[in-house]
Ligand binder design. Structure first.
Ligand code: AMP
Ligand code: GLY
Length: 429
């Protein structure tokens, strides 16, 4: 039986998910809310706000939606899963994403650190402070070795982390966070943790609450400048697979992190049926958790999803029946790389509404829309991150060459992209 699916979100991640779902043999109709010009080619865009649960409920009703897939974290942290479960008519419709309590793994750094501590999951040492604990927080910093890592407790659009080796700077930021001037309410509770030295990698798990599957891993490039310099962004590119993630490392992640997390969620009666994104630091071969997210990464999804050969809806349907243990995920061993093209000025202020031209002949590339819009039949830039262009190769080098040679086919005024995505991984390849 084919089903109607509603996918929530509007970025490159959602375009990649929509592109994949549209290929499913189980799909009848795909709706994307609110979607973007890219997702419009995979299904029907619907003008709904992802946090307006009442309108989503009405839409699900009238369009006979049989599954809801949640792209971004906000509706999850706001409790969309619980909203569905509490509604007598919606309760049977699977929502791919965790409960509000489960989403706290991303929604609150303090919750997430305390959870890891309760379940002995390897992570950086930390302490938690509230708005009135400035002096105690300073004292904690004064006794720890630099660099200091300060994290706003709440959601801060990926920007709530400050890392500095300068104690005065740390105090200044501490003050700005606790008094609310840095990240508003999200920063008035914070976590201070020790600095982990190593190389980062993101692992992705899909769980039905009992069993789980591991999706392809990815490396994200968060800083705006080449060589990981400059301001933090939503992500400037991604690579999958990550050459240093071998069986030994994966086994450690399974036994030291994934399994204790799932056992911990169960023992605390926290419902979790969806994606778990584990941001890791590989410290001399040992994994430490930097952060959890309750959804897929962006732009990681733009390399992870294209590497999956299995029917994604098959996997989601198995998840909704608590039967993920029956799924053997098929993944291509080929390398995928995604290059994010941004508006000049991003992540600070930038101009939008610039006309876009797309002119390349390769047919095996995927151009995912992130921040575009259509006006009078003209495609225009609309956001900081505009596109994620994904290419495959038998090797990382081949994928890199392809993505960079074809990226010139996408043009708009002020276009900027990093020129070193994947370079740091070549030494492991
Ligand atoms: P987060 O928002 O928690 O992912 O943090 C943003 C970035 O800060 C991460 O991707 C890491 O590069 C860096 N980071 C966060 N926590 C630590 C830590 N304890 N040690 C070193 N780097 C960190
Ligand atoms: N690329 C990082 C994130 O999605 O949080």
């Amino acid at each position: 039986m084919a089903i109607n699916v509603l996918l929530l979100g509007s970025g490159g991640r959602e375009h990649a998910l929509a592109w994949k779902l549209a290929q499913s043999k189980h799909l009848d109709q795909l709706f994307i809310a609110p979607g973007n010009p890219g997702t419009a080619a995979c299904g029907t865009n619907v003008n709904l706000n992802v946090n307006d649960f009442e309108s989503i409920r009405d839409f699900v009703w009238t369009q006979n939606i049989q599954m809801v897939v949640v792209g971004p974290e906000e509706p999850l942290v706001n409790g969309i899963w619980d909203f569905f479960k509490a509604d007598p008519v919606l309760a049977s419709i699977p929502v791919i994403g965790p409960s509000q309590a489960g989403a706290q793994l991303e929604g609150s750094k303090a919750f997430s650190k305390a959870f890891m501590s309760r379940h002995n999951i390897p992570t950086a040492r930390y302490a938690e402070f509230g708005a009135h604990e400035l002096e105690a927080a300073k004292a904690w910093i004064a006794q720890m070795p630099p660099p200091y890592v300060l994290k706003a407790d709440g959601l801060a659009a990926g920007k709530g982390v400050i890392i500095t080796s300068d104690q005065d700077e740390a105090f200044k930021n501490l003050n700005a966070m606790l008094n609310g001037s840095a990240f508003g309410k999200a920063g008035q509770r914070l976590v201070i943790e020790s600095f982990l030295k190593g190389i980062e990698v993101s692992m992705f798990v899909l769980t039905d609450g009992s069993s789980y599957i591991i999706l392809p891993e990815a490396k994200d490039y968060k800083r705006i400048g080449n060589g990981d310099t400059g301001l933090n962004t939503g992500g400037m590119g991604a690579v999958s697979p990550v050459p240093f993630v071998d069986d030994t490392f994966t086994q450690k992640v399974k036994t030291q992190i994934i399994e204790p997390v799932l056992k911990g969620l169960k023992s605390e009666s926290i419902a979790y049926q969806g994606f778990l994104f584990i941001g890791l630091m590989n410290c001399n071969g040992d994994p430490y958790v930097i952060e959890f997210n309750c959804r897929m990464g962006d732009p990681e999804t733009e390399v992870v999803i294209p590497r999956i050969e299995s029917d994604l809806l098959d996997v989601f349907i198995a998840l909704s029946k608590t039967a993920l243990h029956t799924v053997a995920l098929k993944v291509t061993p080929r390398s995928a790389i995604s290059l994010v093209m941004v508006s000049g000025g991003y992540p600070e202020s930038y101009l939008t509404g610039k006309a876009i031209t797309i002119d390349y002949t390769a047919t095996d590339m995927l151009l995912f829309h992130a921040g575009t819009t259509i006006q009078d039949q003209q495609l225009l830039t609309r956001g900081g991150r505009v596109f994620a262009l994904t290419a495959f190769g038998d090797t990382l080098t081949e994928a890199q060459k392809k993505v960079y040679s074809h990226s010139v086919g996408v043009q708009y005024e002020g276009k900027y992209q990093r020129s070193d995505i994947g370079d740091d991984l070549l030494q492991y390849a």
